[in-house]
Design a protein around this ligand. Structure first.
Ligand code: FAD
Length: 387
């Protein structure tokens, strides 16, 4: 770590410890919500600290951080529960290179400033892991595209004001090709179907959203017809790495909290840290955290070094797979160390136990990550991927 890297890490850690963690209990007790002025203050501070849009180019108003620095920030953000860390927002880093000037000014730059907010509508009832199975369509009609379909798990639909919509071109020479569009949420035909409850207690919803013949100007198409999947994969790679980083942060917090508790909690006349069964759970957790962290840091540095994108793809899958499964084991052990208190929602271990579960599911399940790794192993060999 350079001095600058360490300073960024320290700055983020202080923000998480002093401003965000104190609100966890309130958020959990209030459906993930904290007072609006407090949320605004968190967002303003994230901007002041240079963390907001850290992944976007400086010339557009973003933080311009290296991938490694972004991992250091995300790791600290991972130490807080209830989605409180989402005040450090990262708009789509793949976008500036591919969007038009009009799109940049209308959606991306306002997102970097925190004035507008996006959500992603890709997954459908019949298309989850198999993204290519989507049935949503985009039909060209003169100067407009008509978008139709129903999407689910649309995260942050309640806080977003525009949507990345992915559909297949309905007819013409590119029929069946994936295409991605900017869709303002208030466009006629965009309809909230329902906002189901999920396992974690977050303020952001995961909505089912219908697109009933939504007409958008052709200028809302991103890139060309057929480019949609490439943008989604770029986003997957980024998010998989950041999930790995957040899982390392979660594990560190869990280990710290469980160790502190074990040193204080007395049973049979002794602090429970004296029992080897407890020590071993902590030792295994720390060892696995170290492995996940080294993997995540090395991957981030590889990306900064410009390693081949296919190798990045496999390494992002390995880091996400290992770190998310590690965090699940660490959270489970932390609950065990806290005993009955670990089953109470006011306890950090209980919240993380629920929250890190989704890290094995979203942005590609553990099974899909293994498929990607195995596929790349067959094509490229172990030495290329981990040599
Ligand atoms: C909280 C949350 C937020 C989300 N946010 C968004 C969002 O903002 N936008 C969005 O578009 N999507 C979002 N998603 C969707 C998410 O990306 C999908 O849930 C995920 O990709 C898995 O798809 P699925 O749920 O349909 O599971 P399925 O694909 O139905 O999988 C079910 C099971 O089968 C296994 N499986 C499937 N295929 C294979 C295979 N080839 N080999 C081995 N096993 C296989 C899976 O691993 C899993 O265990 C979100 C999901 C959640 C839970």
């Amino acid at each position: 770590m350079s001095d600058e890297d360490r300073e960024i890490q320290d700055r983020t850690r202080r923000f998480v410890d002093e401003d965000l963690i104190p609100w966890e209990g309130h958020a959990e007790a209030n459906g993930g919500r904290i007072p609006e002025e407090e949320h605004a203050a968190h967002k303003a501070k994230a901007k002041e600290l240079g963390l907001f849009a850290m992944n976007m180019p400086e010339e557009l108003g973003g933080g311009g951080m290296t991938t490694f620095q972004q991992v250091l920030v995300s790791e600290q953000i991972g130490r807080v529960t209830n989605g409180l860390g989402w005040c450090v927002h990262t708009p789509p880093a793949w976008a500036p290179d591919v969007v038009s000037r009009e799109q940049l000014e209308r959606w991306i730059i306002p997102a970097i400033r925190g004035e507008r907010h996006e959500c992603y509508a890709i997954t459908e009832g019949g298309a989850g892991s198999d993204v290519d199975a989507i049935r949503a369509t985009a039909r060209r009609d003169g100067d407009v595209y008509v978008l139709s379909g129903e999407k689910m798990h649309v995260t942050s639909y309640n806080t977003a004001d525009w949507i990345f919509f992915q559909g297949k071109i309905a007819d013409g020479p590119n029929a069946g090709a994936h295409a991605m569009f900017f869709v303002d949420k208030d466009t006629p035909g965009v309809r909230l179907v329902r906002e189901p409850a999920y396992t974690h207690t977050y303020p952001d919803s995961h909505a089912v959203v219908a697109f009933d013949d939504v007409r958008v100007p052709a200028s809302h198409l991103i890139g060309d017809e057929g480019d949609g999947l490439a943008f989604t994969y770029a986003w997957f790679r980024y998010e998989r790495l950041m999930i790995a980083a957040r899982c390392c942060g979660a594990a560190e917090r869990l280990i710290d909290e469980a160790t502190a508790f074990a040193k204080e909690r007395v049973q049979f006349g002794e602090p429970i840290i004296a029992f080897q069964a407890i020590q071993h759970m902590l030792a295994d957790s720390l060892t696995e955290l170290w492995a996940a962290r080294l993997m995540t840091y090395e991957l981030a540095k590889n990306i900064d070094r410009g390693v081949d994108v296919k190798v990045q793809h496999a390494q992002c899958s390995m880091a996400k797979l290992y770190a998310s499964e590690m965090a699940g084991r660490v959270a489970d052990r932390a609950v065990q160390i806290f005993g009955g208190r670990g089953y109470m929602r006011e306890n950090v271990a209980e919240r993380f136990w629920r929250e890190v579960r989704v890290d094995r599911i979203w942005e590609g399940t553990s099974e899909i990550q293994r498929n990607i790794v195995a596929d790349q192993l067959v094509k490229r060999g172990a030495r290329t991927l981990v040599g």
